[in-house]
Design a protein. Structure first.
Lengths: 327, 303
């Protein structure tokens, strides 16, 4: 394995052309992102901020309009073109909707066997053994093997789809909101599964989520996105303790605390209005239309990412290595 | 037979298979069943009534009507199967290709399909027979070319719909090629629908074959064929109505049984309420699974 970062995204833009041609939707609009090997990286942001598009572009389900994605130092676009199979042995994707991402005609066994067949993995006996290993890994009983996806519970479905992603022993797992289709009671189990898998297999995991409490618990690093751009990024603990960007502060204030005393005194920042349309982002800082502490420069000049007190970076005119705005 | 008895038939959908299987068996074993050569003429016994020698009598050339009906079943069956298989192959290939490739290719192909669908299939068949000349094989060619468009249209619709499904993307992520995705994921859906439609369509095809022969554009005269028999019998419809009624009846039975078969297939897709023993069995199975699942899931959280 090379020294290069597991995932490196440079100047990534993904624009969806409008039918009329004018005003393309800029789902991802200039993102640089580095995910180190072995990291558990969370991408958070509200709906429509482009986090799913980012995840899909990393694995090549979506073509980039500009910029590059490097996987282990290799250009993803060229890699996919020249050798799709070896790429899929390196990077796998877990879908948001486990039911939809499995063929409704295939039993769990067939679903798990499919990637092995595509990659001509061993004889049918060896495949059977590998499938047993996979079930073990995701803690599913062998009785599920002859069932159809629709007769599984939500948690079981997501376990199957994780097992399928792991079948080819990838080193990177990109998950697009793997928890949002699950009941709250099941989420914790799947989260624990992710962390134990990461420890066991040394995976690099990128997880798109909007459940901030879970991100705080499990992710080593976190990236906050707003309207197709990164507004703040850093190591999870310090970033959650003292978020520099006003948007992150508002977002994080929405996380409930399990402690009723803290919860009673918790201050909630409610942002006014909706996020602007990604086809026509406002001039200056993208957040200026909803930012409670915006000043004149915010409406004119777009802030670059700069170091902030918690050790990460934030794109805010009011924050630098010595200070951060507090709203 | 009262209403409730009819409703009960729905519980045995395979019952409708019986007439179809009967037709197929008669078609296959026709040479063994026919007591006479269906084209052998016997001028000493023309237009005879039903008797032990000739179960369904003879026609104006002294040919055994029973043998001709049985022989006609064979002709219809073989022609129908050839046309259906060929039309399915062409239709599914073109339709799936159009749906999978998309873009301009799809636009061109779908226009061709639409043009073919806009014209009644019999009109296309007649025009083609005009070009190809009459005969067994030109009838089969003409019918195939008149029949594929429906299957192409259906295949394309299924392919387009299935391509939207996230599991296709999942297969792409796994490194699957286009051929893999098509054969493993899309073709089964296409065939499932198209075969059901074909089962109902078979009846219409048997009718079309008879129609062409009736018009003298299909099977050449000495060969036994139901449409042919109808024309031959027409001149004697007043004296010996049997000559028209019997082949007509055979034709009707076959068409109706194929239609019933198609209907039964379609009904299979409609969920019916589950009652009685089946319901209790399923409830028990579900409860058992639930218990198992709970055991497993609580087991993993505590671990």
């Amino acid at each position: 394995m090379s020294d290069a970062a597991a995932i490196e995204v440079r100047g990534l833009k993904v624009h969806f052309a409008n039918r009329s041609g004018a005003g393309a939707v800029r789902a991802v609009d200039g993102i640089d992102l580095t995910v180190a090997r072995g990291a558990f990286h969370g991408i958070v942001g509200e709906s429509g901020c482009g986090k799913t598009t980012l995840a899909r572009t990393i694995v090549g389900l979506q073509k980039e309009s500009e910029g590059t994605v490097l996987i282990g130092g290799r250009n993803r676009a060229e890699w996919l073109k020249s050798d799709r199979k070896s790429f899929s042995r390196e990077v796998q994707f877990v879908f948001q909707d486990p039911l939809g991402s499995m063929s409704r005609r295939q039993s769990v066994y067939q679903t798990l066997e499919e990637p092995l067949q595509i990659h001509r993995f061993g004889s049918s006996v060896e495949r059977r053994r590998r499938i047993a290993e996979l079930l073990d890994l995701v803690a599913l009983p062998e009785t599920v093997l002859d069932r159809l996806p629709r007769s599984l519970s939500g948690g079981q479905r997501q376990r199957v789809s994780i097992a399928r992603a792991l079948a080819l022993k990838p080193s990177i797992l990109v998950c697009d909101e793997p928890l949002s289709a699950l009941d709250v009671s099941i989420r914790a189990q799947i989260v624990n599964l992710f962390t134990s898998l990461q420890k066991q297999l040394g995976l690099t995991i990128v997880i798109v989520a909007h459940d901030l409490a879970i991100v705080r618990e499990v992710c080593s690093d976190v990236t906050v996105m707003y309207l197709g751009r990164i507004s703040e990024a850093g190591v999870t603990r310090p970033l959650f303790r003292e978020p520099a960007h006003p948007y992150s502060q508002a977002l994080l204030s929405a996380v409930p605390s399990p402690d009723p005393r803290i919860e009673a005194g918790r201050r909630r920042i409610i942002l006014a209005g909706d996020p602007p349309s990604p086809s026509a982002p406002p001039p200056g800082c993208r957040f200026n239309t909803r930012c409670p502490v915006a000043i004149d420069v915010c409406r004119v000049e777009e802030p670059m990412l700069r170091s902030v007190p918690h050790g990460g970076v934030a794109a805010c005119h009011l924050a630098d290595s010595g200070r951060r705005p507090v709203i | 037979m009262n209403i409730s008895a009819i409703r009960d038939i729905k519980d045995w959908p395979w019952l409708v298979l019986l007439p179809v299987i009967g037709f197929v068996l008669i078609g296959i074993f026709a040479p063994a069943i026919m007591p006479y050569d269906p084209s052998a003429q016997d001028y000493s016994a023309t237009l005879e009534g039903m008797s032990w020698n000739h179960w369904l009598g003879t026609d104006y050339l002294g040919r055994d009507v029973f043998s001709r009906i049985v022989g006609g079943a064979r002709i219809s069956l073989v022609a129908m199967v050839i046309v259906l298989v060929a039309a399915l192959a062409i239709g599914v290939t073109i339709g799936s290709f159009a749906g999978y490739v998309g873009g301009r290719v799809e636009l061109v192909l779908i226009s061709i399909i639409d043009i073919a669908l806009a014209l009644p299939s019999l009109v296309i068949a007649l025009a083609l027979i005009g070009i190809l000349g009459t005969g067994y094989w030109s009838m089969i060619t003409a019918l195939t070319l008149a029949w594929w468009a429906n299957y192409a249209r259906m295949s394309r619709a299924v392919v387009t719909a299935e391509l939207q499904q996230p599991y296709i993307e999942a297969a792409r992520v796994m490194g699957a090629g286009h051929l893999w995705i098509f054969v493993r994921h899309i073709l089964p859906h296409v065939l499932a629908l198209v075969v059901v439609y074909a089962s109902a369509d078979a009846g219409a095809l048997v009718l079309a074959i008879a129609t062409l022969s009736f018009l003298g554009l299909g099977v050449a005269p000495p060969t036994p064929e139901w449409g042919q028999m109808l024309v031959d019998g027409m001149s004697y419809i007043e004296e010996v109505p049997r000559l028209v009624v019997l082949p007509g009846l055979a034709l009707t039975l076959v068409v109706v049984s194929f239609n019933l078969l198609g209907e039964a297939f379609a009904l299979q897709k409609v969920p019916r309420p589950v009652r009685g023993a089946t319901l209790r069995r399923r409830r028990r199975a579900r409860a058992r699974e639930e218990a198992e699942r709970n055991a497993v899931e609580t087991g993993t959280t505590s671990a």
